[in-house]
Design a protein around this ligand. Sequence first.
Ligand code: FES
Length: 170
Amino acid sequence: MTSETNSDHLPEKPRRRTLLGWLWALLGLLACIELGWLTGSILKSRKPIAARRQGNRLIDAGRVESFSPGDVKAIPEAMAYLSRLEDGSFIALSKTCTHLGCTVPWDQVRQRFVCPCHGSTFDRTGSVLTAPAIRPLDYYPVRIENGLLRIDIATPTRRETFDASQTTRV
Ligand code: FES
């Protein structure tokens, strides 16, 4: 009687093993894809660090005439945004949220930076519009050389408020 019961289940075991084998292979493949994506993200985010290490502290951000007042453009090599204010001056802003350090994207529709982590928002000068952040985004000095905008990424500057001395005029 026992042998009949065992023989009934014999074809089931190899099928289960095969299914488990496929599941493990699929999980392994997903883990490899995620690892590759993570490695790519880390290497990409280290570009500005690599630029700093090579002493390459001046990052080209385009020509003055390519920015209209009100424009905010991401400069990935600097891990920063370059913002042209309504008076025509420029300010370069760090992408790092001053609350807990998440990367802050520019929301073109809402015309503000919106942190995806806890909802802080910042205007185009980097000033806080909505807490929990209490400090404006750090800024970098901007130079204009022969009409070319260059961001000096050597030292992000911490500040408590925005004022015009942080901007660069044409
Ligand atoms: S890290 Fe940006 S709001 Fe918390």
